[in-house]
Design a protein around this ligand. Structure first.
Ligand code: UD1
Length: 425
């Protein structure tokens, strides 16, 4: 079975350039459907989730091209508002097809989204929000199909019980093409929410307040958004993953193509653990120099919505803290079952356990050793690769399709930093 063969114990050293943000790309690509002319998207990462969305758009009839990180799509040739292919079930972000098709055509029929199994992932807030705009939504549970219809979408006040990224963006997509004004209260503030709003505004939408708790969207009506050229933000989570990998291997890595403000939570926690994280400017760009030579100090980390510590970095951080000098506590109330990596890390000599209700403890050990381990989801995969880079001896990491979904050229980037990693078929 395909795996990464990793010989651990070699500190990462050198420079790495961060790719475009997965979670921005997977929202902005479906958002193109709202436009009445072609879009050119730059800095799109070459990852499996993007390849799947490309297929989905193509199957709707859009003219799509993707090369050298530039994604072009002409939605004018779309001939159906039904996205029912199996591809829809392969990723979580296919839920954006609901808001996008509904906003553009007043009708959407989509297959139920899939994605990483990291616990309960309901979409009730998406549905409530779209219903508030006037959509009538029907679930065909037996066949896994959701249908949404609205003669006209009408702006409304929407309060989200939880600051859900997906619900905020889905509502923003549909509300951009509604009649009248929508206000989303308790909106998610993640960088990719702001990026989607900036993209939509470039297309003629009228969105204010993205990045705060309240987003105000003055609908411009169906079919009135136009295409544009847009470069998406760098990936906050990929940057955080490389920062952790640099620290975990006792190396020194310069992280390029980043927005430092997006990395404040991870920077603060790494520094608390004793890692040096120094921002600098190279040419016109920000860079971060991350260096460590010692076993980390233990930490208490609680995941939170942005600008708090991201749940997506909780798993890689647990690999890093496996060799801390003491006991660390991790609390993830966003996805309380996101701990499937724990068993795998314990196979490598880590001493951690899940206490339940989103809490885990890590008793730091002196070092990890090689083992055969299996990724269970995207960020668990990143955690296992970091652990393998830290460990003494050889590790085989299986289930590479997870990391392929979200990390561009992972093997090449790590090799360039001196990692002994090889993809074996
Ligand atoms: C997105 C990200 C994912 C990240 C997560 C949290 C994408 C494609 N994925 O996932 O990488 O880990 O944000 O930052 O951008 N919830 C509900 N009802 C809903 C929607 C969500 O109860 O209708 C709950 C979820 O169970 C979870 C919390 O709200 O506890 C946050 O989820 P949400 O922000 O929606 O995550 P995703 O959009 O699934």
């Amino acid at each position: 079975m395909e795996h990464y063969k990793i010989e651990g114990g070699h500190p990462l050293r050198g420079k790495v350039t961060i790719s475009g943000a997965k979670n921005a790309a997977v929202a902005i690509i479906p958002a193109v459907i709202l436009c009445n002319s072609a879009c050119r998207l730059e800095n799109i990462p070459n990852i499996e989730d993007v390849a799947i969305l490309r297929n989905i758009l193509s199957s709707l009839g859009a003219e799509v091209d993707f090369s050298d990180n530039v994604f072009t799509a002409n939605p004018v040739t779309i001939h159906t508002n039904e996205a029912l292919s199996e591809d829809m079930t392969k990723l979580r972000a296919s839920y954006y097809l609901l808001g996008a098709l509904l906003g553009r055509y007043g009708y959407a029929k989509i297959a139920y989204p899939g994605g990483c199994a990291i616990g309960e992932r309901p979409i009730d807030l998406h549905i409530k929000g779209l219903s508030r705009l006037g959509a009538v939504i029907d679930f065909d549970k037996a066949n896994g199909i959701i249908t949404a219809k609205a003669h006209t979408l009408v702006g409304a006040e929407i309060y989200l019980d939880k600051a859900s990224v997906g619900a905020t963006i889905n509502i923003m997509l549909a509300a951009s093409c509604a009649e009248g004004t929508t206000e989303i209260h308790n909106a998610a503030k993640e960088p990719h929410v702001v990026d989607v709003a900036n993209f939509l505004n470039m297309c003629g939408a009228r969105i204010k307040g993205a990045g705060t708790d309240t987003i105000r969207i003055v609908g411009v009506g169906r079919g009135n958004l136009h295409g544009c050229s847009y470069a998406i933000i760098p990936d906050q989570i990929e940057a955080g993953t490389f920062m952790i990998a640099a620290a975990a291997t006792g190396g020194e890595v310069v992280i390029k193509n980043i927005i430092p403000a997006h990395l404040e939570a991870i920077t603060a926690k790494l520094m608390e653990a004793g890692v040096s994280v120094d921002p600098a400017i190279e040419g016109n760009d920000y860079i971060l120099n991350v260096a460590s030579t010692m076993r980390p100090r233990p930490l208490r980390i609680e995941t939170c919505t942005y600008p708090g510590f991201p749940t997506d970095l909780q798993q890689p951080m647990m690999a890093f803290l496996s060799t801390a000098r003491g006991e660390s506590i991790i609390i993830d109330k966003i996805f309380t079952e996101r701990f499937k990596h724990v068993n795998e890390l314990n196979k490598m000599g880590a001493n951690m356990r899940v206490l339940g209700n989103g809490k885990a403890e890590i008793i730091g050990v002196e070092s990890l050793h090689g083992a055969d381990i299996y990724a269970t989801d995207l960020r668990a995969g990143a955690a296992l690769i970091i652990a393998a880079l830290m460990a003494k001896g050889e590790t085989r990491v299986y289930n590479l399709h997870y990391t392929d979904r979200g990390y561009e050229n992972l093997e090449e980037k790590l090799k360039a930093l001196g990692a002994r990693i090889k993809r074996v078929n």
